[in-house]
Structures are given as structure tokens and as C-alpha cells.
Design a protein around this ligand. Sequence first.
Ligand code: SF4
Ligand code: SF4
Length: 112
Amino acid sequence: MTYVVTEACIRCKFMDCVEVCPVDCFYEGDNMLVINPSECIDCGVCEPECPAEAILPDTESGLEQWLELNAKYSAEWPNITTKKDAPADADDHKGEDGKFEKYFSAEPGEGD
Ligand code: SF4
Ligand code: SF4
């Protein structure tokens, strides 16, 4: 089992999650973060920290797409352990539907 980052993170990236992860298993894309499922120790401390409610345990149904995406991109994107400023328009995209189709970018972020 692992926790996964879902669509709600896209264009939010508040990054409260990276500060609390004891094993530093978040990876940064251009406009979202992902968790490395093989590094996550399933402690759950990041889930309540995310203001966008983007982090869910993979025991919830319907998350296969996100588990796959977290596994794929955590192998390609740089590690991120320090909180940065969220984008200025982050709040505008909180709770928006269809963000994956509209905005997902496979480009890596800057990392630490
Ligand atoms: S706190 Fe939530 S929305 Fe922000 S970067 Fe982490 S997973 Fe994404
Ligand atoms: S559940 Fe724990 S180990 Fe996994 S990503 Fe969240 S804080 Fe890190």
C-alpha cells in the first residue's frame, strides 16, 4: 500500500506535504507533485496536511490511474523535500474539475 497524489494537486502545489514526509518521497513535476509508491512507508501524515485534499491512500477505489502516474513520474521527476511558494493563481484552481485533461504536464519541476 502507498499514498498517491491525485488530480487535485495540479496547479496547486501548496507543498505542505513535502515538509512532513519522513522519507522524502515526493517528486516534482512542472505543475504537480507525485509520491514514489515504493519509497512511501504508508505513514499517512501527509494526507491531512494537503489543503487541496489531493493525497489519498491507494486502498480507495478508482485510483489505479493515479497510482500508475505516481509510479511513472516519480522515476522521472526530481526529488522535492522543501516547501516553495505556491503559484500565485493556485487558489483559483482549487477544486476545479478536469484538471488532468486541461493542464497536466509531463515536464519535470525544479526539485530542491
Ligand atoms: S500539499 Fe497537496 S496540493 Fe500541495 S503539493 Fe502537496 S499534494 Fe499537491
Ligand atoms: S504517507 Fe508518509 S511516507 Fe508516504 S508520502 Fe505521505 S508522508 Fe511520505
